[in-house]
Design a binder for this molecule. Structure first.
Ligand code: NAD
Length: 269
């Protein structure tokens, strides 16, 4: 998503973009050449202070996270360190350096097991460490807003896909997982009969709104669910990915449906 946010900033005429990323899940080659790139982690608060001190950003978009929701139960310490402590470091620097607005990508995971459609006024009840971490950061942002007047915008996306997505992580991003399986000649792992439905959000529809929110006063202090609301069966998604990659679908010989399926295909992130 960050690679698209950077481009949407360019489209809005915003220059001087500085990107900090530890490259744990992203790639430098996904970014345009004209950004200033700093390789490092938001968990490194000394580095973060130096970057803020040096570049004095007006707007900050905090998208760094490890977003493997299903896996988060098994990487609890890493999940909270990376996704909460790292975020708190960003919030601290935004307060200290009088950033005009901090935009944070939370997740629909804050709603836990609630049934769609989700509305922003539904009480968050996250059910896994990833969702708990996102909600914790939302609460900390609210505290920073109340006490220090930090302007914030929170987005809760779901199932985002698009160019530059990491195809190599088996724990997240079902479109990327299907593409990877096709490219390595394996069957797409569709759970059961694949009739379970999910809405999938194209990043190109999301990034411009995320970017503009920073200088849109009506958005400040607010939380937005963002993404598609039209649902598709996971089996239909598998067929669409196969068609786009010009290979036969599951029924055309790639492998049987109903194989053992990992939980990540069913989770919402
Ligand atoms: N893609 C989705 O469906 C989705 C849905 C809801 C929320 N989100 C949230 O949106 C944000 C972006 O998601 P994405 O899909 O682009 O994920 P992604 O994994 O493609 O991008 C996350 C980026 O953060 C970087 N990163 C991770 N930990 C870091 C750290 N400690 N310091 C610096 N950089 C770090 C990674 O290297 C990667 O480039 C995340 O916060 C994610 O939780 C994504």
């Amino acid at each position: 998503m960050g690679a698209h946010v950077v481009r949407a900033l360019g489209d809005s005429g915003i220059g001087g973009v500085v990107v900090l990323d530890d490259l744990s899940g992203g790639f430098r080659s996904n970014l345009p050449d004209d950004v200033t790139f700093v390789e490092g982690s938001v968990c490194d608060h000394v580095l973060l202070s130096r970057v803020f001190e040096r570049h004095r950003p007006r707007f900050v978009y905090h998208l760094a996270a490890y977003a493997a929701e299903g896996l988060s139960h098994f990487i609890r310490r890493f999940n909270y360190t990376n996704n909460v402590v790292g975020s708190v470091n960003v919030i601290n620097e935004c307060v200290t350096h009088d950033v005009e607005c901090l935009v944070f990508t939370s997740s629909i995971a804050v709603y836990g097991a609630a049934s769609p459609p989700m509305h922003e006024d539904m009480p968050p009840r996250p059910e896994d460490p990833y969702g708990v971490a996102k909600f914790a950061v939302e609460l900390d942002l609210a505290a920073a807003r109340r006490l220090f007047g930090l302007r914030t915008v929170v987005f809760r996306p779901h199932n985002v896909y698009g160019e530059y997505q990491n195809l190599g992580d088996p724990y997240r991003n079902v479109v990327g997982i299907f593409m990877n399986q096709i490219m390595s000649g394996r069957p797409m792992s569709v759970f059961g009969d694949g009739r379970q439905k999910r809405a999938f959000s194209y990043i190109g529809d999301i990034a411009p709104a995320v970017v503009r929110s920073a200088w849109t006063p009506d958005a400040h202090g607010r939380i937005f669910n963002i993404g598609a609301d039209r649902e598709y069966a996971v089996a239909a998604l598998a067929e669409a990915v196969a068609e786009a990659m010009r290979v036969p679908g599951q029924d055309g010989g790639l492998g049987p449906r109903g194989r053992t399926e990992s939980r990540h295909h069913l989770r919402r992130d």
